[in-house]
Design a protein around this ligand. Structure first.
Ligand SMILES: [Zn+2]
Length: 313
């Protein structure tokens, strides 16, 4: 059984591009041979076909007739517990309805029977770049509670619209890293970050104690799509890089937090030796959590933290 299972809550207005993101995550899991479960609270709206779900041992469960952030929250918790017991998925995605509050949904991950095994969790809100001027207060509430924003359809808007969308998102969720998706193409590492123990993370270190590799982020216009010519601007480039940092040992937890916060990682993962003991660090944007690891940590892993950041500051 997986010791801890990463859980993503994916929210956003109807038509914002949630399903495109979930499909992307499913394809990635299948490519890695991982079992991913999707709990969908958007009955009848999902375009994911059964063939795609069946092929890679993905499992989809629909919770209908209510909202997972409130009226169906007990059902959500029961479903998570059952999934854990019967399927033991490697990854779980909770796709909330367009009317749900993703952050409120995320809070249910801290309830008993779930918090014991939920690992890295994050609340992702997908915002349609064409409709970021949405006046419905629910939209603002959804975006405000996000750990990560996916700004979708950036290839479909002109520069003023894109700039306005960026400004609105920055106003509503100033601490949330914003991932711009072109044709739904995003770096999955941002949703499932790797730590220094995970294969492929970090790479070889140079004398400066840092190593860099591409996190799969790429310039939006370089991947061969036949995109239209309404927005032929360089603004769409959204590149991310993964860096392994050496965190000083012996700092207090607060000082460690401040040290890491200053590095501005969109995702942060690794182990540090603080003055108060060894801590597992997991971060999404500025929400950095330092927790006591569940088992012993190999000495060579201490002080190694992988951060994913935007390539150009
Ligand atoms: Zn609700």
């Amino acid at each position: 059984m997986n010791p801890r299972v990463p859980v993503l809550v994916v929210g956003g207005f109807l038509g914002s591009g949630k399903t495109t993101l979930v499909r992307r995550l499913l394809a990635d899991a299948q490519g890695r041979g991982l079992r991913m479960a999707v709990i969908s609270n958007e009955f009848g709206e999902l375009g994911i076909d059964a063939a795609l779900l069946g092929a890679g041992e993905a499992r989809m469960i629909e919770l209908a007739g209510g909202c997972v952030c409130c009226s169906l929250s007990n059902e959500l918790v029961e479903t998570l517990v059952e999934l854990r017991r019967r399927v033991d998925p490697d990854r779980i995605v909770i796709e909330t309805s367009g009317l749900a509050l993703p952050f409120d949904t995320q809070l249910h991950l801290y309830r008993p029977k779930v918090r014991e095994w939920v690992g890295d969790e994050a609340c992702v809100v997908v915002v349609d770049a064409e409709r970021a001027d949405e006046a419905d207060p629910l939209f603002a509430d959804q975006v405000h509670g996000a750990d990560l924003i996916v700004l979708s359809k950036v290839d479909l808007v002109d520069t003023p619209t894109l700039d306005a969308a960026r400004a609105r998102v920055a106003e509503l969720a100033p601490d949330a890293p914003v991932i711009e998706a072109v044709h739904g193409d995003v770096s999955v590492d941002l949703f499932y970050p790797r730590g220094p123990t995970d294969e492929g993370a970090g790479g070889a270190e140079d004398a400066g104690g840092r190593a860099e590799r591409g996190a799969g982020g790429r310039a939006g216009h370089d991947h061969g799509h036949d995109h239209d010519h309404r927005a032929p601007h360089a603004h769409h480039h959204d590149a991310w890089t993964s860096t392994e940092l050496r965190v000083p040992a012996g700092l207090s937890e607060d000082a460690t937090f401040a040290w890491l916060d200053a590095r501005k990682g969109a995702r942060t993962k690794g182990f540090v030796a603080t003055a108060d003991g060894v801590r597992l660090v997991q971060g999404v944007g500025r929400r950095l959590e330092l927790t006591e690891p569940e088992g012993p940590v190999a000495p060579e892993l201490l002080g190694r933290v992988v951060v994913i950041r935007r390539r150009d500051g």
